[in-house]
Design a protein. Structure first.
Ligand SMILES: Nc1ncnc2c1ncn2[C@@H]1O[C@H](COP(=O)(O)OP(=O)(O)O)[C@@H](O)[C@H]1O
Ligand SMILES: N[C@@H](CC(=O)OP(=O)(O)O)C(=O)O
Length: 516
């Protein structure tokens, strides 16, 4: 109780700003301490499991016990644990940054207090009877929160600058991974704690960084491999998900849901250090695996047990939170498998998904959907056989940072339809209708809000499968507004009215869930 009170007094009320000088010194220190060039190649082949634990794996004491159970289950593997922030903490950290910038002190303190309480109650929950670990956890979290407060004061002073957001949201993963590391230690597992900045070097794209593999591999080789090589202790490396750093040492983040990406980046880097290792990535989720559709949107989606990288990437694009869209890019050519498994039933022998170069024989692997987007259609005979016309349209949008996620053009060249994010629809329409580069008085340009269904699978392009898709739509009396399929044949995207997206997804899912 005494410890607890001391902690409460100490945490937040330090209003000093971090001086730039101290920040630079700290950055230099990190860089220098990691700048040795020794390369560790002397390692033996091992079974390595890089496991990612998401926010829902830390929700209560039972969840932490479940991680111990998983640790025992995988006692033959060298284990690397990648942890996300406690559920919802990243959103809260984004909120506090905004409140700091808008100088809304009341709201800022309210959310900061909630973040603090979330971590304090987790500490009480998981270290109940172990005072030594409780104290270590309190002190560690206290320091993280004090640092967080200081940076928020800086946001208050300077406003939101992109690198502030990454630096601030990274605290979620830093605190949860620190607690996981202590918890495993308390349970008798030797562990080493790593911050993402120690291992993952990225480009400068704050909020959505991409790893620089060459330097990341070098860091992993120097800092992480000695742990994998330690033959005497089966030490677990606990690494913060979601976080990296750019070359001058500023913290970067890998995009929302980026802890999946951390796991695959680490797996890839280990593979590069020794290709004899048998590495796999396991993403522990609150579902059995990759389902044929979002279970919150479609009734009775089926579990896809084996899907290949190309299929999984198509599905990840559609915001299936189950998989970070970029995370397969770094491992697919190395054929490092990714298992998606249910956290609450880790010993299942078969009901989980494996993403690898192998795909099972089901033709429909998944249905993605975009519930609302803006469809733009341009029709005009002046486009016919006019080289560069489409180029002009797209460059007007591209120069204005408007992304296109669906394209269909009739071969007569009389009309072209494409889709942009709903927030860009009105702007796209204005840009096109006021452009001096287009003969607009001869063109009909219109914008409609629509939804998209994407049906994915390596063999989905087969006529027999297309028949099934359109039979399902015909049975609910739904006519596609537009259709697109690239020649890789993996994805048939269909534009449907917004109000019927869910119905269409269900109809197609039902069609493929029953034998043909
Ligand atoms: N096609 C899909 N297959 C499986 N889950 C999906 C799919 N689409 C959306 N989801 C959602 O993704 C969630 C899985 O994410 P979750 O376990 O919360 O991951 P994390 O903790 O890594 O963020 C599920 O709860 C599910 O609702
Ligand atoms: N905490 C980060 C990264 C992450 O991967 O989270 P989760 O595992 O909860 O998707 C986020 O919320 O984006």
């Amino acid at each position: 109780m005494k410890i607890y009170r001391l902690f409460l007094i100490g945490i937040f009320y330090d209003s000093e700003f971090i001086s730039k000088g101290i920040m630079i010194l700290l950055l230099r220190k990190t860089m220098l301490s990691n700048s040795s060039t020794t390369v560790n190649l002397d390692i033996q082949a091992k079974k390595i499991a890089v496991m990612k634990f998401g926010g829902s794996c830390f929700k209560n004491a039972e969840a932490f016990q479940q991680i111990v159970k998983i640790t025992n289950l995988y006692d033959q593997e060298k284990k690397i644990y990648v942890a996300s922030a406690l559920h919802g903490v990243t959103d809260q950290l984004i909120q506090v940054t905004e409140y700091a910038s808008s100088k809304n002190t009341r709201k800022l303190e309210e959310i900061l207090e909630s973040i603090k309480q979330r971590h304090l109650s987790t500490i009480q929950m998981i270290f109940k009877s172990n005072l030594e670990h409780q104290l270590e956890a309190y002190n560690g979290i206290k320091n993280y929160l004090a640092e967080l407060s200081k940076v928020l004061n800086e946001v208050n002073e300077f406003g939101i600058i992109p690198y502030f957001i990454d630096y601030i949201v990274a605290f979620g993963e830093k605190m949860s991974t620190f607690l996981l590391h202590l918890y495993l230690k308390m349970n008798g597992f030797p562990t080493s704690l790593f911050m993402g900045e120690d291992l993952i070097i990225t480009n400068d794209e704050f909020n959505n960084a991409f790893p620089d593999l060459r330097f990341t591999i070098h860091r992993v080789n120097q800092n992480l491999l000695p742990i994998l090589n330690d033959a005497n202790t089966n030490r677990i490396a606990c690494i913060t998900g979601f976080i990296g750093r750019n070359k001058i040492g500023y913290t970067t983040t890998l995009g929302r849901g980026g802890s999946d990406f951390t796991a695959t980046i680490i797996a890839r880097a280990i593979y590069a250090c020794n290709q004899e290792h048998k590495i796999k990535v396991i993403l522990w989720k609150d579902v059995d695996g990759m389902l044929s559709a979002n279970p919150e949107f479609v009734d009775n989606p089926t579990l896809v047990k084996k899907l290949n990288y190309a299929e999984a990437k198509e599905l990840a694009f559609f915001g299936a939170k189950v998989l970070h869209p970029k995370c397969l890019a770094v491992i697919e050519n190395q054929n490092i498998p990714v298992e998606i498994r249910r956290f609450s039933s880790p010993s299942k022998k078969e009901d989980f998904s494996t993403i690898s170069e192998l795909s099972d024989n089901t033709d429909m692997k998944g249905i993605g959907s975009i519930k609302i987007a803006s469809m733009i259609t341009l029709s005009s005979a002046v486009m016919v056989k006019e080289s560069g016309f489409v180029g002009k349209i797209f460059s007007i949008l591209g120069k204005n940072n408007i992304n296109i996620n669906f394209i269909a053009q009739s071969s007569s060249e009389i009309a072209i339809t494409f889709v942009v994010d709903k927030n860009d629809g009105e702007r796209a329409l204005n840009l096109l209708t006021t452009s001096k580069d287009l003969p607009i008085k001869w063109m009909d340009v219109k914008k409609d809000d629509i939804g998209i269904i994407a049906v994915v699978g390596e063999h989905i392009h087969k006529s027999s499968n297309k028949c099934r898709i359109f039979r399902a739509l015909s049975e609910i009396d739904l006519d596609a507004i537009s259709i697109s399929q690239c020649s890789n044949g993996l994805n048939i995207s269909i534009i449907v009215p917004i109000k019927r997206v869910q119905e269409a997804a269900n109809a197609i899912n039902n069609e493929f869930s029953t034998p043909n």
